[in-house]
Design a binder for this molecule. Structure first.
Ligand code: ADP
Length: 256
């Protein structure tokens, strides 16, 4: 199959052998005015990051580590929807490409079973007027890791497309597929809004209905059932005594 439909996503695509973090380089370029759709990819991230400054293990040759510069003309309050849209696009990419159905753990993780196979780190920057200047969507996808390739700290909780399918994949082919799928969703989202993203996100999610503990800075601050997500991306958790609490994107972690 040829992927030729994308017009903006990955034009240009800048490839580096190694970077500190693709999100950092993408943000520096976006600050200098680099246009929407530019992708910064690295074979190796020296200091790849997850949310809240956590380390993202990104050794050479094993995964797709890249960041996308976007400049959507939307209200900043809806910016977090981009993480959900990206998660949906990644699930579909892996499904089509590797015949592997992953699920989304709110807000930003891709799991296969209970193990993490990918993650998303979106960072939004506003201009002086309070409008979105740019959003950096960083993506880490574990493509060809074998068991021994993972850092010891994540060996028990991480997996890869290779480990789940037994097949090695050409990372640039996976990226091409992602570019096409993401672009289709991005254009539809700009034109029609969040509803279809929410529907697909719900279909692919493995968070809602589960018992979760909400942690802030390592401390458990709430426990209950993950009940729903709102259109700003926040999660509603219902405790056993019936009280509900809403949690913002980015501030907390949940554990099953
Ligand atoms: P959270 O699970 O709290 O949302 P983050 O999204 O911030 O965590 O991701 C960072 C965490 O992901 C790290 O603390 C580590 O446990 C795990 N991790 C790091 N690198 C990888 C990787 N390549 N594959 C799977 N998990 C990873």
């Amino acid at each position: 199959k040829k992927y030729l439909l994308h017009k903006i996503v990955g034009k240009p695509l800048l490839y580096f052998d190694s970077l500190e973090s693709t999100n950092i380089t993408a943000a520096q370029m976006a600050q200098k005015g680099t246009g929407e759709g530019t992708i910064i990819q690295a074979d190796f991230q020296l200091a790849g990051r997850g949310r809240l400054g956590r380390k993202w293990d990104s050794p050479p040759g094993k995964g797709l580590w890249f960041s996308l510069i976007l400049r959507p003309r939307i209200e900043p309050q809806f910016g977090a929807q981009l993480t959900l849209l990206t998660a949906v696009s990644l699930v579909e990419t892996i499904d089509i490409f590797a015949n592997l159905r992953c699920c989304i753990k709110w807000p930003n993780d891709l799991l296969f079973g209970e193990k993490k196979i990918g993650g998303i780190l979106s960072e939004m920057t506003l201009d002086e007027m309070g409008n979105i200047d740019y959003v950096i969507v960083g993506i880490g996808l574990n493509v060809n890791f074998t068991k021994i390739d993972f850092d010891k700290s994540v060996a028990d909780t991480a997996t890869s497309i290779y480990l789940q399918t037994g097949n090695l994949f050409d990372r640039s082919e996976v990226l091409l597929a992602f570019r096409e799928i993401f672009e289709k969703h991005y254009e539809l989202w700009l034109a029609r809004g969040f509803e279809f993203v929410r529907e697909r996100w719900l279909a692919y999610n493995c968070t809602l209905g589960k018992n979760v503990t909400v942690k802030d800075d390592g401390k458990v601050i709430f426990e209950g059932i993950a009940e729903s997500i709102k259109s700003d991306g926040s999660l509603i958790v219902k405790a056993t005594d019936g009280t509900r609490k809403e949690f913002d994107f980015g501030e907390i972690s949940i554990r099953f």
